[in-house]
Design a protein. Structure first.
Length: 340
């Protein structure tokens, strides 16, 4: 149901990939669960950890590293073939099944992600191009002549660029030139933009293409839930330096995730739709935004203190009913008299 059952806090200098053995043992020892599928981003999994997950009998759905991985490049190339069947999945995305090296891969294509990737890539390419052109001008004008220093300056530009792989540089007879790497640029534009690749041990009869994508999306939902309630609680992204404060902050985040998950389930069960998206159940964030408009007013009149709560509008009333909140007494002012 999306409700957290446990969490662990590790030392700050512990690599994500090193936490896996401990977490797996914890799941087995504390909960005695049956079949488990691990959902993880690429940073959490190393080759050793993936073997450990498999040996422990766990299934997995894992995001792959998108660059500098020949397997992923091969999968993305296969996804462009004419006989590949794309199906609709959640969020207006499409996905296809690719089998490579006896492993199941799911390639997901997202139009919003493609627009974001295209915009970001062009922005970064232009910025890097401008810096390389400026370096070429310095060399051409004679302000920079030492090949070692020219190379070091080019390396500084490329090391700070997120699209360095799309450029090639050359220093010949004191002349600095640069150009685009057509192969790398084609990979970014044609194969990678708007897409990501999942790999899973689940067979198709255990999880369809759409279900694999939904499983991975549940990871993003968990991360999102950490933010929803924290925003309304006013928890800033502060820095903590003691073990006790770190653990306290994480505990609040987890409790917030629990509350958000419970709200999501209740709102879904009550079939309360978003007024702007008639086909979608209202989200906890939108529900909280609506409820945040309700106000309690404290008035003083003569010797009386009067407390009045604003009347919920139809949508607010529907949300409150779905969350099983009793509002019968809200419309009745509370009056406290003071005797002289």
């Amino acid at each position: 149901d999306g409700i957290p059952i446990a969490h662990r806090v590790f030392d700050g200098n512990t690599a994500d990939s090193a936490t896996m053995p401990t977490v797996l043992a914890d799941l087995q020892d504390r909960f005695g669960v049956g079949r488990i599928a691990l959902i993880a981003d690429r940073g959490l999994i190393s080759a050793d950890n993936l073997n450990l997950v498999t040996q422990a009998g766990f299934d997995h759905v894992i995001a792959t590293r998108l660059r500098r991985d020949p397997t992923v490049a091969a999968v993305l190339n296969k996804a462009t073939e004419e006989d590949v069947e794309w199906v609709e999945v959640t969020g207006g995305r499409t996905a296809c099944e690719i089998s490579h090296d006896d492993r199941r891969h799911v390639v997901v294509d997202s139009p919003p992600r493609r627009r974001r990737d295209d915009h970001r890539r062009e922005e970064l390419l232009e910025r890097t191009e401008t810096q390389l052109a400026a370096l070429a001008d310095r060399v051409r004008s004679g302000r920079l002549v030492d090949p070692v220093k020219i190379s070091a300056a080019a390396q500084r530009i490329l090391s700070a660029s997120a699209v360095s792989r799309c450029f090639t540089t050359n220093i010949t007879h004191g002349v600095f030139t640069w150009n685009y790497d057509d192969q790398a640029l084609d990979y970014e534009q044609r194969l990678l933009a708007g897409r990501y690749v999942l790999t899973t041990s689940l067979a198709f009869d255990q999880a369809t293409t759409a279900e694999v994508v939904a499983h991975y999306q549940s990871l993003a939902n968990v991360e999102h839930r950490f933010r929803v309630m924290k925003d309304f609680l006013g928890l800033r992204p502060v820095f903590h330096y003691t073990d006790r404060r770190v653990r306290g902050h994480i505990a609040i985040c987890v409790l917030a995730a629990v509350i958000e998950a419970v709200m999501a389930n209740l709102l879904d069960s009550a079939a309360i739709t978003d007024p702007d998206i008639g086909t979608q159940t209202i989200t906890p964030r939108r529900a909280l935004t609506e409820l945040n408009r309700i106000r309690t007013h404290h008035l003083t009149a003569g010797g009386n203190d009067i407390t009045v709560t604003t009347r919920p509008n139809p949508l607010q009333a529907e949300i409150l009913a779905g969350l099983d909140v009793d509002t019968n007494s809200w419309n009745k002012p509370t009056i406290t008299s003071h005797t002289q």
